[in-house]
Design a protein around this ligand. Structure first.
Ligand SMILES: [Zn+2]
Length: 466
């Protein structure tokens, strides 16, 4: 089955042009002018007029947590509801984090996440692997996972007693990954020091959500970021800092890149558009509790500079939604017990179009780069996702750069009872969203199907980065 998108402005990371896009089955067959009526287009069943619209590669969110267990509860979105909400917002691929629980094997963790996703995801998906234990057995398992297309491993310098790994464990995982060609992802905050300051705050009666944002000092993120990059340099492995929030950490990434280190980083919309001030409204601030925390607003300008200068390559969401009326209430009286995480998988593309492109901070090509093309390059999907080109998957979005809409929990599709951006008006929205050639969102209507999404076996960082 063929379909044709005519007269849109095709926006790729490396350039834009008015062109038609011909889709055959699950792939893009041709991109060019005047395809309508050509021999190639014989047999086209559906034509979409994209005059005045952009045609962009479906966006890729490389940091989501569907159904993540945290603090005695679970992130609310399932692979079905989460990928559906993502699609409404123009995101057609997610890479979620499978979790190895302490004392269990990587295999058990990965199998559990396959079971959550398979038959449920509405769009394509991949997995990174969170490692909670580094030992001889789990190190050996890492190579097997790389062979299965799970090519990145996330470790934490935060959350002592849960996900935390000490420097020796991190270094061993880095050495192993230097051998198997994968990528190390790091949550870089000094969790040991944070726990000291957090306990002191609670002892002083400072228990409101706001103090979650205060006790996790930016310098603790800067210190851990520098430390893990230095360890990665010693191991000879590429390292990717997840959810970078503070200028202190950005400075470490910039210095590393300037000296030629294989250091990469993402930030998230919440660090570009929200700030510590949002956490100040009594327990309402729990809506904004995530780690690293929202920072004082003056950090935002540095993060935008980081995106412009390519010291930050990607914007992901760290989507991890908990209902305010029930789940976030676990932390009444002690901010340390608030489940950490924000909803956002649906809003990223529009927020970055509005704040970035309409706001004059980045070009539309850079926008496509940071939400789609760079994630594909970084995470082993180059040529398959993240580009509108012959042979690539027909994950396509007809994007209206002029449509204004208001973000609200009343209208969003994420399974969570609040929005961090409630009432914010944004310019830009997805009209038509295709996943492998199939229309799954059409002008606000759901046309997709539970179980349509396939697991993506990804290539390794070595094949793309080094
Ligand atoms: Zn996360």
């Amino acid at each position: 089955m063929k379909s044709l998108i005519t007269n849109g402005t095709v926006v790729n990371a490396d350039g834009s042009a008015v062109a038609d896009v011909l889709v055959d089955g699950e792939k893009v067959m041709a991109v060019g002018r005047g395809l309508a009526g050509s021999a190639l287009a014989a047999g086209v069943e559906t034509t979409f007029d994209a005059t005045g619209k952009y045609v962009i590669p479906g966006a890729i969110d490389v940091h989501t947590h569907m159904e993540l267990p945290f603090g005695g509860t679970f992130a609310k979105d399932t692979f079905e509801s989460g990928t559906r909400a993502a699609a409404f917002g123009g995101t057609t691929t997610i890479i979620d984090f499978a979790v190895q629980s302490q004392g269990k094997s990587l295999r058990e963790g990965l199998d559990a996440w396959h079971a959550k996703a398979q038959g449920n995801a509405t769009t394509d998906y991949g997995f990174h692997m969170i490692m909670s234990d580094v030992n001889d057995a789990t190190l050996a398992e890492m190579d097997q996972l790389v062979a299965e297309g799970v090519t990145d491993f996330k470790l934490f310098t935060a959350y002592p007693g849960v996900f935390y790994s000490d420097d020796g464990a991190i270094f061993r995982a880095m050495q192993q990954t230097a051998q198997n060609g994968g990528l190390i992802m790091m949550h870089a905050e000094n969790g040991m020091a944070i726990d000291v300051v957090a306990a002191q705050a609670v002892a002083e009666g400072k228990t409101d959500p706001y103090y979650h944002g205060v006790v996790r000092y930016p310098v603790f993120e800067g210190e851990a970021t520098n430390r893990v990059i230095r360890l990665a340099e010693a191991a000879g492995v590429p390292v990717y800092i997840v959810h970078l929030s503070a200028r202190d950490a950005l400075q470490m990434v910039r210095e590393a890149r300037d000296r030629g280190a294989m250091a990469f980083a993402e930030t998230c919309p919440q660090y570009l558009f929200l700030s510590l001030d949002d956490m100040a409204n009594g327990f309402n601030g729990a809506k904004f509790v995530c780690s690293p925390p929202l920072r004082p607003a003056d950090h935002q300008v540095d993060l935008w500079h980081g995106l412009v200068k390519d010291d930050l390559q990607v914007v992901s969401t760290d989507h991890c939604p908990f209902d305010f009326e029930t789940q976030k209430q676990l932390g009444v009286g002690d901010f340390r017990k608030i489940p950490n995480g924000l909803p956002g998988v649906e809003d990223r593309v529009d927020l970055l179009h509005d704040g970035g492109v309409v706001g004059g901070r980045i070009t539309k090509e850079r926008w496509v780069d940071i939400v789609s093309a760079a994630p594909a390059r970084m995470f082993g999907l180059a040529g398959v996702k993240g580009v509108v080109a012959p042979g690539a998957d027909a994950d396509l979005v007809i994007y209206d750069p002029a449509r204004r809409h208001t973000i609200s929990a009343r209208t969003h599709h994420m399974d969570v009872d609040y929005s961090c951006y409630e009432g914010r008006s944004v310019t830009g929205g997805s009209d038509i969203v295709m996943s492998r050639g199939r229309v799954i969102v059409e002008n606000g209507n759901w046309k997709g199907e539970k179980g349509w999404g396939r697991f993506l076996r990804r290539k390794t960082a070595r094949e793309h980065l080094v």
